[in-house]
Design a protein around this ligand. Structure first.
Ligand SMILES: Cc1cc2nc3c(=O)[nH]c(=O)nc-3n(C[C@H](O)[C@H](O)[C@H](O)COP(=O)(O)O)c2cc1C
Length: 546
């Protein structure tokens, strides 16, 4: 299959539209080659070709039928068009049409048609001209980006022109708004996602045509109108009020503020103060229910403050360093309300991460609960210590019921191991009648679970609480992981100690006070956990530990 890619952007290789065309080509080529077809690609960069405007002399019809009197690159272009099986027209939208240079090229195709008037079968216009060459079976794809937020209602002139030129229904098109975002590295998470979709469309085209589902997805906006327009306005680096050029760090901050997702607003107005330590500048972003606003005079009381070199913050937003990783390495510090940092993706993430964060929130019902692990143990410790046989039966019944009671939640490894351990220990207690000894062994096993988890990639508590911090992504966050390793080690140590003191106090005849100690200490530890889990990352982020 011979493919001719005509790049009609005056920006040549730097064209946004060309990025889409290349992704489409890649998907198409891979699929076609998988199907055993060989793919030959030829690319023409219109801006670097010498193509003069048509003189309107009709010599190509009258004097030298089929050949133009102007001697430039156009005969070569026509030759390649005739030879191609598929032509991809890649171009930006300029004043609601194709750029002048591409229109020039299209005008100069006059030698490709015969001069005689003919009727059109597709009802386009008041007549046409039959092709001079056999163009049947040739396929065409139009790929274009435009600057407004949406391609909808922007391409009417383009489609009218190509309907006349190629025939209505004789071409496939991909038109995408917000085209300038494709060159913004900071937004590549979202734009790459779109390029993947265009690649998929290319693969489907190789199999016959783009499916309705993919076509529908191709019509979704990269960013909502309001966010995009704010980002686009900020990108010019010129103040809207004064018309003066603005500093790069302020432009950057405005663009970051534009990304704020007001749907994440939780009833609490926030003021994010960001201090670029290497530049000595400070800006504030007011994050409210109606959107965000950048304040340059420092007049607000910050709720969260970030102290960072501008270079670090810019690298993070370009995805060169992970935000959590950089925080873990104290490349920047955070003080004040840390919840904004924990939910950063929800407030400032790309469209997909914002949606994922919101979706995750909606799916909270399904996340695992530590209750699935604790209920069997607590039942076992209380019931078996009161009566070995009856208690064991109750504990075993609870173990059997947990999967049913928790059927709406995910059961993690530690839930399953706990159910198995409690069931086994209960069986031993029932058979031996040694309730006290076996419940004590339970403390030991429970403590070992916590300690063993400290030598795995996911400490026990992290398996449950990671869902509050972005799921598996939290496992790459050194602050989250350190906090959880410390907590798991504390819980492990506490239960090993519980086993030891239960044994010793029991032997010393002080078994009665165990009921108080063994219940109060875990409650205290639970309270400590709830506090430490929030305090530790915020403390580290303030840079106070170094
Ligand atoms: C002269 C000129 C005219 C433009 N006209 C339009 C337009 O009518 N509608 C629109 O949405 N964008 C318009 N744009 C924006 C471009 O279509 C947009 O920046 C596009 O992504 C550029 O694509 P490219 O990088 O492939 O050249 C125009 C840009 C320029 C420079």
């Amino acid at each position: 299959m011979k493919i001719l890619l005509i790049n009609g952007s005056p920006k040549g290789k730097n064209s946004n539209s060309l990025r889409l065309a290349n992704s489409f080509m890649e998907g198409l080529r891979i699929k076609a080659e998988e199907q055993g077809q060989s793919v030959e690609l030829e690319e023409l960069d219109v801006s670097s070709l010498k193509i003069a405007p048509c003189k309107g002399c009709f010599s190509c019809w009258r004097n030298t039928p089929g050949s133009c009197c102007i001697k430039d690159a156009m005969p070569m272009v026509i030759e390649k068009e005739i030879a191609a099986d598929l032509i991809i027209w890649s171009f930006p939208l300029y004043y609601f049409n194709v750029p002048g240079s591409l229109k020039n090229l299209i005008d100069r195709q006059l030698p490709m048609v015969l001069p005689f008037m003919s009727e059109r079968s597709d009802g386009c216009g008041s007549g046409g001209h039959d092709a001079r060459y056999d163009m049947k079976g040739k396929r065409h794809v139009l790929i274009s980006t435009c600057g407004f937020y949406s391609a909808e209602n922007n391409y009417d002139s383009v489609t009218k022109m190509f309907d006349h030129f190629l025939g209505r229904g004789n071409y496939t098109s991909i038109f995408c708004g917000q085209g300038e975002l494709f060159r913004v590295k900071e937004l590549s998470e979202r734009t790459d996602e779109y390029l993947e979709l265009v690649k998929k469309a290319g693969a489907e085209y190789a199999c016959g045509g783009i499916t309705d589902a993919t076509d529908k997805e191709l019509h979704t906006l990269l960013y909502p109108k309001e966010i995009f327009e704010k980002m686009a306005d900020a990108s010019w680096g010129v103040s809207k009020e004064s018309g003066e050029k603005e500093a790069d760090d302020l432009v950057f901050t405005r663009q970051m503020a534009a990304l704020y997702n007001k749907n994440a607003y939780d009833g609490k107005d926030r003021v994010l103060e960001i201090c670029y330590t290497d530049l000595g500048t400070t800006y504030q972003i007011l994050l409210g229910k109606d959107g965000s606003k950048v304040i340059t005079d420092g007049s607000l009381n910050p709720t969260t403050r970030i102290d960072t070199p501008f270079t670090v913050w810019a690298s993070i937003s370009r995805g060169e360093i992970g935000g959590a990783e950089a925080l873990g390495k104290q490349m920047y510090t955070v003080s004040g309300d840390f919840s904004l940092m924990i939910d950063w993706d929800k407030f400032f993430g790309s469209m997909s991460s914002q949606t994922a964060a919101v979706k995750e929130e909606k799916e909270t019902l399904k996340k695992p609960s530590m209750a699935s692990m604790l209920i069997p143990w607590i039942t076992f410790w209380i019931a078996v210590s009161i009566n070995s046989v009856t208690g064991s039966i109750i504990a075993m019944a609870i173990c059997a019921l947990i999967p049913l009671l928790m059927r709406k939640r995910k059961l993690v490894l530690w839930d399953q191991l706990s159910i198995a351990a409690v069931a086994c220990l209960s069986a031993i207690a029932a058979i031996t009648g040694e309730g006290k000894l076996v419940t004590n062994a339970g403390y030991l096993v429970f403590g070992l679970f916590w300690l063993v988890s400290c030598i795995t990639r996911e400490p026990l508590c992290a398996a449950y609480v990671k869902y509050n911090y972005g799921g598996d992504k939290a496992l790459n966050n050194p602050l989250f992981m350190n906090a959880n390793y410390i907590l798991a080690a504390c819980w492990g140590a506490l239960y090993i100690c519980t086993a030891v003191w239960t044994y010793l106090l029991g032997k010393a005849g002080l078994g009665n006070i165990l009921i108080i100690i063994n219940n109060l200490v875990p409650i205290a530890m639970g309270l400590f956990t709830a506090w430490f889990e929030k305090w530790y990352p915020a403390w580290k982020a303030r840079g106070k530990s170094s």
